[in-house]
Write a protein that binds this ligand. Structure first.
Ligand code: NDP
Length: 329
């Protein structure tokens, strides 16, 4: 028996979450059983923990947790053996499959990545999907020509999970970082992570009035989408790229195509969920070298399984700063 955070619902009632003991036999069938050590809280976890399941959870009872890191306990796949340290993000684990909010998880070997050298399981979950996605975004910007010294890189939703990690990585890589936040009280935190300038959310959150504004940003990691992304497109420097990561501010894109046509701006889509294995390995290796671990630690808020229902509501309300690390012990 082991502890798991189970979300369950009866009939048409709301889904509710509680920590319960379950049996290893109740885990889904798959090749690798992992003794989970840490998980985390992403925006999607907030949706999966909510009363409606956010349209992501297919079946109840359900164990959410889109990320986990731990030690292999049993494996019928030759790539993994008991004792191996592993990390999992994406593949709809925690949504369509039981996830990491439990002391054990059973998943497909294809979904796992060996824990990179130099990272602990706790650090891997301080990174989690949010940080992994931030790294994918930075890699995509680099592949489209971003190098330090060509002007500030904008990070939107900067005090959130994706934004905090993007700020720390870009700062370490020598970029000037302009951090957009709606929470002025996070300015000192963002500067400690590596932001050179703080941009108030209101300054940039308005509907596009002119399709092109003064060229300001050499690149952008955008966790917000919506009106903010539309506005940012018109503020990019010639040939600059925006990595579109999230939709914390909305899924619509009320923009014009003018920045693409007259300034050669690139809009790069970033998906962490189905990212093929080679790209995953590369991103985790870059995280181990390019994310300063002391800055990562400064983002961490420790939590336990029983804190999760409250934290799920907090992340949906935009109240979580940095990264939550859930110790499932
Ligand atoms: P967080 O909630 O931690 O961060 C989101 C941040 O966005 C908030 O902290 C806030 O930053 C800002 N924000 C929230 N609401 C608004 C709003 N209405 N207008 C403008 N800014 C707002 O979430 P994550 O960092 O974990 O995820 C960010 C986004 O990225 C989510 O939409 C998530 O679904 C998406 N995502 C996508 C992935 C992919 O594979 N493409 C993977 C991971 C996440 P501040 O307080 O600083 O203003």
């Amino acid at each position: 028996m082991f502890n798991a955070l189970i979300v369950d619902k009866t009939g048409d009632g709301p889904a509710t979450a509680s920590v319960r003991q379950i049996d290893t036999d109740e885990l889904p069938h798959a090749e690798v059983t992992v003794a989970v050590e840490y998980s985390t809280v992403n925006y999607k976890d907030g949706l999966c923990l909510s009363a409606s399941g956010g349209g992501l959870v297919r079946k109840y009872p359900h164990v959410p947790g889109i990320d986990f890191a731990g030690t292999v306990e049993e494996s019928s796949d030759s790539r993994y053996k008991p004792g191996d340290k592993v990390v999992l993000t994406g593949w709809r684990v925690g949504e369509a499959h039981w996830g990491g909010y439990a002391q054990k998880a059973r998943v497909k070997a294809d979904w796992l990545v060996p824990l990179p050298d130099g990272l602990t399981t706790r650090q891997a979950m301080a990174v989690g999907t949010a940080g992994f996605t931030a790294m994918l975004a930075v890699i995509a910007l680099e592949e489209h020509g971003l190098t330090p010294g060509h002007g500030p890189v904008l990070v939107t939703g900067a005090a959130g999970g994706v934004g905090s990690v993007a700020t720390a990585i870009l700062g370490k890589l020598g970029h000037e970082v302009a951090a957009v936040t709606g929470r002025p009280e996070t300015a000192a935190y963002l500067k400690d992570l590596g932001a050179t300038t703080i941009v108030a959310r209101e300054e940039i959150n308005e509907t596009v009035k002119r399709p092109l504004e003064t060229e300001a940003w050499a690149g952008c990691v955008d966790a917000v989408g919506g009106a903010m992304l539309a506005r940012v497109l018109g503020q990019m420097k010639y040939g600059g790229s925006v990595a579109a990561v999230g939709l914390a501010g909305g899924a619509a894109l009320p923009a014009t195509v003018i920045p693409f046509l007259l300034r050669g701006v690139n809009l790069l889509g970033i998906d962490s969920v189905m990212k093929p294995y080679a790209g995953r390995l590369k991103a985790w290796e870059r995280i181990a070298t390019d994310l300063p671990m002391e800055k990562l630690e400064a983002m961490v808020h420790p939590a336990t399984l029983s804190d999760l229902p409250g934290l799920g509501a907090d992340i949906l309300a935009g109240k979580v700063k940095g990264r939550v690390v859930v110790d499932v012990a």
